[in-house]
Ligand binder design. Sequence first.
Ligand code: COS
Length: 376
Amino acid sequence: MIPPRDLAWPFFSDEHRAFARDLEAWSARVAVFDDERDADTSVRAWVRALGEGGWLAPCARLDVRTLCIARETLAYRSALADFALAMQGLGSGAITLFGDAAMRDTYVPRVVAGEAIAAFALSEREAGSDVAALATTARRDGDGYVLDGEKTWISNAGIADLYVVLARTAPTGAKGLSAFVVDAGTPGLEVSERIATISPHPLGTLRFRACRVPAARRLGGEGDGFKIAMATLDLFRSTVGAAALGFARRAYDETRAHAGSRMLFGAPLAALQLTQAAIAEMATDIDASALLVYRAAWTKDTGAERVTREAAMAKLFATEAAGRICDRAVQLFGGRGVTQGEIVERLYRDVRALRIYEGASEIQKVVIARASMEGR
Ligand code: COS
């Protein structure tokens, strides 16, 4: 939940403030569809509910501040609600940004209505951080392309209706990549494996075997794939920081409530100076994260062509900080902190992947260092 004083920041317009308050009210009221044993059903339910509520509209408008507010607000309540919205955005973002009118009309309204589930298929077993090393091929054949290869750790694999897929149309390097939209159910596309993680959500491996895709399903020009992937990731990286912020704020609020009521040595836990130090560091990490996230989002929304550096800083700092905060929360909850069913135990698991997906912390450092050396 974004505190009212933060909403007073100049990064936001009245429209953003109203969106934050309305989504907060909706998400506090709505039933929570989080069943860790059946994440597929939970995510489908969230996508439908978010679509019906009109909350997926920012996935098509791509106003980064609204996307960040949405992720921060939903992550505070439910990791799967945040995941559902994030993937509708990331999975359709490249179509909104680079698709022609026909492709946008075919896919984006259904994604926004919650009628179609979207996915972004970039990572491979040997290439995720090094995008230019992708090996899946797309061979031109008449009026289409034939895809062969494997993608893994793909969120929504198995429940998605459409996949944006990065594949190689020329032998080497970043300029040899192109992007395609592939419908689930296309002959030659198979979900070959489902992957279980510490914070369950739909994830799996896709296998392409002579999978034929019409040329009209290529996004942008042949060879534009690397830049399409980078531009899409640049836009969504700040939103990963925003989700981290939502988890962190929840852990912080749970910790403050606990520290005020848990008695030890004849006083509340919060009376101990070591607890006070922990709470002070959590609070400072949260404000610093929020400032970096909304600085990056505002910079993009107000017309910057690239926000590579700002988005990398926001994701790096906010996800690392949220890891520290959720870890501290577990520590201050003691035995309860590692007990299944406790909110902070769940947050501790939910927050971990954010330092890895959409560019690991180490990659964000590479990106920031390069920009710094170039004087950007
Ligand atoms: N936006 C637009 N264009 C970009 C860009 C960006 N963010 N980053 C790079 N480019 C352009 C470059 O300007 C360059 O263009 P020219 O050849 O015309 O000059 C081209 O793309 C190649 O860039 P570069 O040489 O920097 O490519 P690298 O292979 O060295 O890129 C990094 C390395 C680390 C930046 C890249 O591979 C990356 O971001 N990896 C992380 C990807 C990721 O998030 N993976 C997680 C899986 S997806 S959930």
